[in-house]
Design a protein around this ligand. Structure first.
Ligand code: ADP
Ligand code: ADP
Length: 222
């Protein structure tokens, strides 16, 4: 089943007299449960695409369709709720709250949303990401790989259908990157979640079911 789709997606930025075509007619389709890696050089449009997929920015033209709904047709409020429930975001920086322990960081989005945590599901995610022994620790006492695993668990806490990750291993060494991504992959595969990940790391990209390359705002291989 198709879960995520773009149709002729364009994003132009106007810089002085220059028009930067950050995305130029990107048409893409992602299946439910698929792990898709997006690769490409710096400035090729990867982050812009991920932002559009998550409804964090508005395209110049074209469509983003998630679970059959075109997100530009939603009100701001509908989009906010949709994003919280359906999409988990992961970035290069872990953005953990230093005053909260690991467990509290993981369930924080649910607390903010007023949703009840599915504690059985959360416990499974904690186990899958090898965080069980760390739930009482604080972010400052964790390694980078551990912190990123907490950020991944937090992104998964709301049982999102889709996880969007922008260079999630950008600050990790290559062995830790492999470990962290291996665990994330196992976790999403267990729950049938879809993962779209930007990466510069070719070894990490190899873990994906499919790799697409972006050059100058266009998909060049699929
Ligand atoms: P990548 O993630 O592949 O490094 P980006 O999506 O960040 O690429 O950027 C694609 C192009 O769009 C680049 O030329 C970049 O300079 C430009 N760009 C990105 N964001 C903005 C912005 N907010 N304003 C103007 N230009 C931007
Ligand atoms: P339960 O309903 O079984 O208490 P919880 O969702 O409260 O389930 O907790 C799930 C697991 O996380 C339990 O093993 C619990 O010990 C642990 N846990 C709960 N709250 C915290 C916290 N603030 N800090 C660390 N671990 C916690």
């Amino acid at each position: 089943m198709k879960i995520l789709e773009t149709q002729a997606l364009k994003k132009y930025y106007n810089k002085a007299e220059n028009c930067v075509k950050a995305l130029d007619e990107v048409t893409l389709s992602v299946e439910q449960g698929e792990f898709l890696a997006i690769v490409g050089t710096s400035g090729s449009g990867k982050s812009t695409l991920l932002h559009m997929l998550g409804g964090l920015d508005v395209p110049t033209s074209g469509k983003v369709i998630i679970k059959g709904k075109e997100i530009s047709q939603m009100s701001d409020e509908q989009l906010t709720i949709f994003r919280r429930r359906q999409i988990g975001f992961v970035f290069q920086n872990y953005n953990l709250v230093s005053m909260l322990n690991v467990y509290e960081n993981i369930v924080l989005p649910l607390a903010l949303d007023g949703s009840r945590a599915d504690s059985k599901y959360i416990d499974t995610v904690i186990e899958l990401l090898h965080l069980k022994a760390l739930t009482h620790r604080f972010p400052n006492n964790l390694s980078g790989g551990q912190q990123q695993r907490v950020a991944l668990a937090r992104a998964l806490a709301s049982k999102p259908a889709i996880v969007l990750a922008d260079e999630p291993t950008g600050n990790l060494d290559s062995k830790t990157s492999q470990e962290v991504l291996g665990l994330l992959k196992m976790s999403i595969k267990k729950f049938g979640q879809t993962l779209v990940m930007i990466t510069h790391n070719h070894e990490i990209a190899q873990l994906a079911d499919r790799i697409i390359r972006i050059e100058d705002g266009k998909i060049v291989t699929r």
